[in-house]
Design a protein around this ligand. Sequence first.
Ligand code: SF4
Length: 340
Amino acid sequence: MKNSATIIPVSSPECQVISWKSHLKSAFSDSEQLLRYLDIEPTAHRPSNLVQPSFPVRVPIPFADKMEKGNINDPLLLQVLARDIENAHIEGYSHDPLEEQNNNTPGLLHKYAGRVLLILTGSCAINCRYCFRRHFPYHQQLASGENLQKNLETIQKDPSITEVILSGGDPLLLSDKQLFEIISQLEAIPHLRRLRIHSRLPVVIPQRLTLQLQKLLSKNRLQTSLVIHANHGNEMDAELGHGLAALTRSSVSVFNQSVLLKNINDDPQILAELSEKLFEYQIIPYYIHRLDPVAGAAHFDISKKRASKIIRQLGQILPGYLLPKLVVEEPDKACKTIVL
Ligand code: SF4
């Protein structure tokens, strides 16, 4: 298998591009650097707002390039800028909002019937400040090495499991070779029918959508889907859209899920524009999640009443097939709850 760093993305057929791995290496890890890159003077913005948090800053340049220069309230910037408000203790917001951390099968989460989730890496290409796993002890909960083999045996022994979800962290941070090995092992389990990959990486670094990855996802026995994560229409651009459309043409289903975030996308017009941009590239708007109540992210939350109102208004703008379902995940439930 070729080294993916040298492969030309689906989305840029003719030019020399910076590889996705190079973009990962050069990502911003400091809010001040990011602000200067955006022509925003960090001292003009209240300096106390720029903290070096326990959940580090991580923002690759292709994502920063989708932000508006000079705009401290840019909706993409607000998703990734670490602020001191994250350190406030707010009742009802915990380190483990979905009660995943006491899981006794490290690397394997079996919450819903017929589906299991494999946690393949603890890293992401970007650190979203609202992330529900921002305090997750990945070092104890990874499906790698021995754990991965044990988890594959568990799946093999349980014929009720028909779908495997690769998650993280971001599973597309694995090399194509690593993904190939895992997918091959999953393909060999006869009762598995579907493979789903949850990743924000294509949105953050569209160059990850290489031809090699396209082949990997489209040429395996399992019905394969990719669930991307975009919250705002500004995250979608032609390079990303064409890369994803190429995947759908090769029979990989592509869905999007978002998180409803205060001051970022809590507006029916903004969400309508996102759905329309997604559909331009044949991506189905699937879920919009209410924020999981994770410590450090309370400032992104909006009330259930307001969330329902936004979705009702969105339903008046969009055709039904472009309307994402508003859902909330609750630790003790056998499925996501649809918020009406
Ligand atoms: S990409 Fe997903 S898992 Fe990673 S930090 Fe963002 S929300 Fe969390």
